[in-house]
Design a binder for this molecule. Structure first.
Ligand SMILES: Cc1cc2nc3c(=O)[nH]c(=O)nc-3n(C[C@H](O)[C@H](O)[C@H](O)COP(=O)(O)OP(=O)(O)OC[C@H]3O[C@@H](n4cnc5c(N)ncnc54)[C@H](O)[C@@H]3O)c2cc1C
Length: 300
């Protein structure tokens, strides 16, 4: 989706030659890999009027957003399992609900059992969270709403960046400078305190961040999961505070920081996107591994 937003609005026909100057003949674009990002790219390019071919190595589409049938009668999301970070703009623009996407928000964020038999169940219900956290620390229960609001504030600031083309750092063309100015404009709401908070969340480890807010090891353990998950690091690995923030950036049905299961598993997301891509002219081939990519420049 690394395209101008105008592509989505159907105003890009005249930009086609600039996007793909060297691709001849049958297809305007060939996408290697039928993960959800490749499929979404095909869908957006198709909506922009380009003829697209998607080549997927495996026999099943979706990449890490895939549902498979390891046993007869069972559907299993073999890798990713919950959804949040797909921007609602993409869901709307690719009409994924019309293509069958059905989301079920999670009833609880985390249930964490401890060796002594106690547990912590965290939901979005403020009163429930307060009662649960009070079991371990009243001070932490009091700090919880402010901590959630603090992360939500930074998440609101960072979220628009998901839909921006990253600026070409160091480039000096007017278009790149304009893009950098747009990027800076997004951060205009930051005062001195906000800038400090932003830098902290972007650089600290999740454990250091939580140490600043909470005293109970149980509360810190439960919350640090969202920082360390998927990082090949631990709670003290620098940068994991941002991973926690990442869990506040997404939304489901307008509810920020919400996550959802997908009917049919996460593969159903990929299938819905693939349906939209096909509907807009994409050819999608599975069981087709691309061995080598050759660049060629058109000379006439
Ligand atoms: C274990 C695990 C759990 C995760 N859990 C979650 C989660 O719960 N929620 C969440 O939001 N995210 C989760 N993620 C992250 C998320 O799933 C990935 O970021 C996302 O699926 C990446 O999508 P992609 O389309 O960019 O790449 P991929 O999904 O990696 O797709 C790339 C595709 O390209 C194909 N391919 C590669 N080389 C070739 C070739 N030479 N020729 C043809 N095809 C090729 C691959 O087979 C694959 O289908 C998880 C990831 C993992 C690994």
């Amino acid at each position: 989706m690394n395209l101008p937003r105008t592509v989505v609005k159907g105003k890009v026909v005249d930009s086609t030659p600039r996007i793909l100057p060297g691709v001849p003949a049958e297809y305007d674009a060939i996408i290697v890999g039928g993960g959800h990002n490749g499929l979404a790219t095909a869908a957006y390019l198709g909506r922009a009027g380009l003829k697209t071919l998607v080549l997927e190595r495996r026999d099943v589409l979706g990449g890490a957003a895939v549902s498979e049938h390891p046993w007869p009668g069972y559907i299993v999301s073999t890798l990713s399992y919950v959804l949040s970070l797909m921007p609602p703009e993409v869901i709307r623009e690719l009409e994924l609900h019309r293509h069958g996407l059905t989301l079920y928000p999670l009833a609880a964020d985390y249930y964490v059992p401890f060796p002594d038999g106690s547990h912590l169940l965290l939901t979005k219900d403020a009163a429930q969270a307060k009662a649960e956290i009070s079991k371990f620390s009243r001070k932490d229960a009091a700090a919880w709403p402010a901590f959630s609001a603090y992360l939500a504030k930074i998440a609101r600031l960072v979220r628009p960046l998901l839909l921006m083309t990253p600026p070409a750092v160091g480039a000096k063309s007017p278009a790149d400078l304009l893009e950098l100015a747009r990027f800076a404009w997004k951060l205009k709401g930051l005062d001195v305190q906000g800038t400090g908070d932003f830098v902290k969340v972007m650089t600290l480890s999740v454990a250091e961040l939580l140490d600043e807010w909470f005293e109970s090891p149980q509360v810190k353990a439960a919350r640090s999961v969202s920082g360390a998950i998927g990082t090949y690091g631990g709670p003290y690995t620098p940068g994991t505070a941002y991973v926690l923030l990442h869990h506040y950036i997404g939304e489901i049905d307008g509810q920020m920081a919400e996550w959802a299961f997908v009917r049919g598993g996460t593969g159903a997301v990929s299938q819905a996107i693939a349906d939209d891509a096909r509907e807009h002219g994409a050819d999608i081939r599975t069981g087709t591994r691309v061995g080598k990519r050759t660049s060629c420049r058109r000379t006439s």
